[in-house]
Design a protein around this ligand. Structure first.
Ligand code: AMP
Ligand code: MG
Length: 266
């Protein structure tokens, strides 16, 4: 998959076009039909995952503001049994969370056997917003890439499949989306002045993302940079990658109890 960052690759986000749609040859309408097909497959794979109770699936979503994390949760998992998927959204840490190490609040939301968990933001905020706003000093945050790699390696060794998606939008696209939030009544609730302040720090965030992506994309826990200016393409790519990853686990339903066929139900 061309959007996967291989371990050790240098990442220059200017070279990743957020508009490109080269992995799909049909039109937008066809893409939506394909997504419905993938939704169905995901539903079946989730049931199998739960039945087998062996693997744990962790999906990490990161993006600039308005990048579409909520849209992915809505569109990619449409039709999947809500009991089988959990979303953990990480906001500004509470005082109790700040008083602990930055992985403390994260670890308890990781998936158990048979579960799919989606992180809407994650421990990566601790090398992104925390770095950009200098919430801790450089000598503190620069050690975190190594901790994160070790943490994710441990989760993998213990049976977790980790997939990390950076939803890549352009600066102009973010402006369009913020304008929509300003002017469309149903979207105005999402508008926050805070987002405008963050927007001024666009290049600092891009640099922090480049560092995070290249230092923490590993063989066991890779990053995918998903062109995300077009929502339908973003959803289609993520659904495709997920279905492929789950299929590669070659899951099977557990064996029924001995003699199940001879049991007489009165
Ligand atoms: P939203 O996802 O739009 O609801 O916003 C959540 C906010 O929480 C964003 O502004 C994040 O930057 C912020 N946030 C998440 N994690 C952290 C963290 N570890 N430290 C500081 N701010 C954070
Ligand atoms: Mg926001």
């Amino acid at each position: 998959m061309k959007y996967k960052i291989k371990q050790g690759d240098k990442v220059d986000l200017n070279k990743w076009d957020p508009n490109e749609i080269s992995e799909w040859s049909g039109d937008k309408k066809k893409a939506k039909e394909k997504l419905l097909e993938l939704n169905k497959k995901l539903e079946q794979l989730q049931e199998l995952l739960y039945a087998q109770h062996k693997h744990k699936i962790l999906i990490i979503l990161q993006a600039m503001d308005t990048g579409g994390k909520d849209g992915v949760v809505r569109a990619v998992f449409e039709g999947v049994n809500p009991s089988g998927v959990r979303v953990a959204s990480f906001k500004v840490p509470t005082q109790d969370e700040i008083d602990h190490d930055y992985l403390w609040r994260i670890h308890k939301y990781t998936p158990g056997s048979g579960e799919i968990v989606i992180f809407n933001r994650s421990h990566y905020e601790d090398v992104l917003v925390v770095r950009v706003h200098q919430l801790v000093s450089k000598d503190v945050w620069e050690k975190r890439y190594e901790h994160i790699n070790a943490f994710e390696k441990m989760l993998t060794d213990e049976g977790t499949l980790i997939l990390k998606f950076f939803l890549h939008i352009s600066n102009e696209e973010q402006k369009e989306r913020l304008l929509e939030r300003q002017t469309i009544p149903e979207k105005q609730w999402k508008f926050s002045n805070g987002d405008l302040n963050e927007r001024k720090l666009w290049s600092e965030y891009q640099a922090a993302y480049e560092d995070a992506l290249q230092k923490t994309s590993t063989d066991c826990s890779p990053w995918y940079v998903i062109p995300s200016n077009r929502n339908w393409y973003r959803n289609l790519m993520i659904a495709t990658i997920l279905v492929k990853a789950l299929e590669s686990l070659k899951m099977e339903y557990p064996k029924p109890i001995d003699g199940i066929e001879k049991i007489v139900i009165q």
